[in-house]
Write a new protein. Structure first.
Length: 265
């Protein structure tokens, strides 16, 4: 039995990795994210759910400054990762995106070999000194992504020659190869069949031991299966955030309840 006082125990269990405060996002005149504040737990999976167009992907892209690449997009407010302001002019977005990796809806391997896909990040960031070290990073990233056994005999083959589910796990291996702390996933299973989806979900569950994961999903079943924390967005507002089990069994806001019971969305 734990001897730890309850409040200390709870504080340790919910270490915050990302803290967003009063975030606004505009695309030109469109106010896409409205005053969103949320803490994202370290080494856990947080799911962003909500109806189409509610701002899930926009908010996700704020977390590694991917919105910087959209000309008409303007982000205001504070986002800190481990207490560092990621919008500080001192922060190099390229370095930030190594620390906060991203996996997209459609698997997007580079037109290169499986090996070179995974080696790409470590090479451009100069993370390894010799070929044997790079080999080791490639192998361990593919192992962590649950793909090693399927590709170890064809590392020189093209990444695009893999099945859709394998390609998505290759993209996850590519993200892992630069040792990120956070992995953002924007509907990572929407292009996959149920078996490939199950494998990626299993992988997400394993990865949360070492990474902070934020996943946008249209599937409430998926959010319930893979996440520990769920945030419900509606029309640019963050309506409710909390433990996944509480959001799905005891939502506090009528809009959350209507969404999870399928009344809209
Ligand atoms: N590049 C862009 N330029 C202009 N408006 C955009 C852009 N990207 C998103 N928006 C607008 O911002 C709002 C939020 O879109 P976003 O894609 O973040 O929602 P979402 O919840 O992820 O939607 P979905 O579930 O359909 O992917 C929408 O009104 C959308 O039209």
């Amino acid at each position: 039995m734990s001897e730890m006082p309850r409040d200390i125990e709870t504080a340790e269990m919910t270490e915050t990795k990302i803290s967003a405060s009063k975030v606004q996002v505009y695309y030109g005149d469109t106010h896409a994210i409205k005053d969103v504040s949320v803490d994202i737990e370290a080494r856990a999976v947080t799911a962003f759910i909500g109806p189409s167009g509610c701002g899930k992907s926009t908010f996700l892209r704020c977390l590694n400054r991917m919105n910087d690449t959209i000309d008409i997009c303007r982000v205001e407010g504070d986002i800190k990762i481990d207490d560092e302001d990621i919008y500080d002019p001192k922060v190099d977005p390229v370095q930030l995106r190594a620390k906060v990796g991203m996996v997209f809806q459609k698997p997007n391997p580079f037109p290169k070999s499986i090996y070179d896909n995974v080696a790409y990040g470590p090479r451009i960031h100069g993370l390894t000194r010799k070929k044997s070290e790079l080999d080791e990073v490639v192998a361990s990233s593919l192992q962590k992504a649950g793909l090693w056994n399927e590709v170890k005999d064809r590392l020189d083959g093209p990444g695009t020659g893999l099945s859709g589910g394998q390609q998505q796990r290759l993209c996850i291996a590519r993200a892992i190869a630069v040792s990120p702390e956070v992995i953002l996933m924007d509907e990572p299973c929407s292009a996959l069949d149920p078996i490939a989806t199950a494998k990626v979900e299993e992988l997400i569950d394993e990865l949360r031991a070492n990474f902070t994961i934020v996943i946008v999903t249209h599937s409430m079943q998926q959010a319930a299966r893979v996440s520990q924390q769920t945030a419900f967005f509606h029309m640019g507002n963050l309506v409710e955030v909390g433990a996944t089990q509480d959001i799905f069994t005891n939502p506090q806001d009528k809009r959350t309840q209507d969404y999870i019971t399928g009344r809209f969305g």
